[in-house]
Design a protein around this ligand. Structure first.
Ligand SMILES: Cc1cc2nc3c(=O)[nH]c(=O)nc-3n(C[C@H](O)[C@H](O)[C@H](O)COP(=O)(O)OP(=O)(O)OC[C@H]3O[C@@H](n4cnc5c(N)ncnc54)[C@H](O)[C@@H]3O)c2cc1C
Length: 379
């Protein structure tokens, strides 16, 4: 494992900082307050290569590996969790699934559009009654000649309204058969495919989360990713990579909360001295920084294994579990360190606090990560 930041990572960090200063920081509180999803921003990010980070250059992507990807999501997470979450969902879920399981024709057709963000991607596994227990999904596809007819809904889908292309995993076989689900590439505008309710969320409010509705939606068999029946198995592999994204996003939020706390604790005076002088405050910062360092190492280890093409199920679950719990802990402590000011929108920690909680829920809750880790150890 190489701990040294490479030139690409440095370049990505500086580029995101610049993008953030000009096009995100001045607006994100308004986006957050009003739940505005800034779709145009993602086109700019596409021009900068940030929406196809892992996509090979021959398909119009940046051709980077997971180290650069983690740097990009972490840096963006420090600026705005919502933008980083959307960036992660586009890069590792929709684009990642298409890149890993698409045939040459599908990759040539969709990856350049996704990498440039001419098309924004969505990825739909979850339903209203099947989150952790995704195998019980009810959204079904029935074959009709060369077409499949899809009926049902998907819920909690990032870019459910604004996404131009969705990878949708639906039931094509028996309930609880892990080979009874298939992944389809479905373009926005396909008759019978519409968006439903947009969620009004605690945090990550500028990242759009909405329902997808399928009402006799006819999709050609050429839109199947990989083989019929492989959708669930594919989804689990996609989530192995996706969990590294959420770990990186958690690092970004954690880092932002820690940096804000260090600055504030040196500036804020009580009892005639900076509050950083009080052991009660400095120990909080020591704990936050130590947990951050451990989370970073776990994330780097998962990224390193992924770069080497090795199985990463346990390691990405560990990274996601630990990093997400770290960022909830760090942003909670950050609000405490800021006292009453931390409870207002005048300081960034209030937003880190709200945004952080998604990290212990999305792409598998902390409890589900423990199930994945325990199973990999005990079986
Ligand atoms: C902002 C946001 C964006 C999202 N984006 C997407 C997306 O783009 N695509 C997509 O497909 N999904 C998406 N999701 C859905 C997300 O992946 C699910 O919310 C998550 O997997 C949890 O499912 P659930 O909400 O149904 O909770 P449930 O599965 O109902 O879980 C409720 C509670 O029970 C616990 N629990 C469940 N089963 C067990 C068990 N066996 N043992 C112990 N505890 C258990 C859980 O850990 C949790 O604490 C998104 C969610 C959010 C909030």
């Amino acid at each position: 494992m190489d701990f040294q930041e490479n030139e690409n990572q440095k370049m990505i960090r500086e580029m995101i900082k610049d993008l953030g200063d000009k096009h995100i920081r001045p607006y994100f509180m308004d986006w957050d307050e009003n739940q505005i999803f800034p779709k145009e921003l993602f086109k700019k990010m596409g021009d900068l290569g940030l929406m196809g980070i892992l996509v090979p250059t021959e398909y119009g992507g940046s051709g980077f590996g997971y180290n650069e990807y983690v740097t990009a999501i972490t840096e963006m997470g420090k600026i705005c969790g919502s933008i980083a979450l959307s960036m992660a969902a586009h890069n590792s879920l929709c684009t990642g699934h298409t890149m890993t399981f698409g045939n040459e024709e599908q990759k040539n057709k969709y990856l350049p559009k996704l990498a440039s963000c001419e098309w924004l991607g969505a990825w739909a596994l979850t339903e209203a009654n099947t989150g952790s227990d995704a195998m019980r999904m009810k959204c079904v596809a029935k074959q009709d000649g060369d077409y499949w007819v899809i009926n049902g809904t998907k819920n909690w889908i990032t870019h459910g309204i604004s996404g131009d292309l969705a990878v949708v995993i639906v039931r094509t076989g028996e309930l609880l058969d892990s080979h009874g689900m298939t992944a389809f590439l479905i373009e926005r505008g396909t008759p019978g495919f519409t968006a439903g309710k947009k969620e009004n969320k605690l945090g990550m409010r500028a990242s759009e989360t909405a329902e997808l509705i399928f009402d006799n939606c006819r999709v050609h068999k050429d839109q199947i990713l990989g083989k019929e029946g492989d959708g669930f198995i594919q989804a689990m592999k996609v989530l192995d990579g996706g969990r590294i994204s959420i770990a990186a996003l958690s690092l970004g939020i954690g880092k932002g909360a820690i940096e804000a706390s260090i600055k504030y604790s040196k500036e804020r005076e009580q009892f005639g001295q900076p509050i950083a002088n009080f052991q009660g405050i400095s120990f909080k910062i020591a704990d936050m920084a130590t947990r951050y360092a451990a989370a970073e190492l776990l994330t780097m280890r998962a990224a390193d294994l992924k770069n080497r093409g090795e199985k990463v199920t346990r390691e990405s679950a560990m990274a996601k579990l630990y990093a997400s719990e770290m960022c909830v802990y760090a942003s909670n402590e950050a609000v405490q360190i800021h006292g009453g000011y931390g409870y207002t929108k005048d300081f960034p920690v209030e937003k880190y606090y709200r945004d952080s909680k998604l990290c212990t829920i999305g792409e598998g809750t902390s409890e589900i990560q423990k199930i994945v880790i325990a199973k990999s150890i005990l079986s």
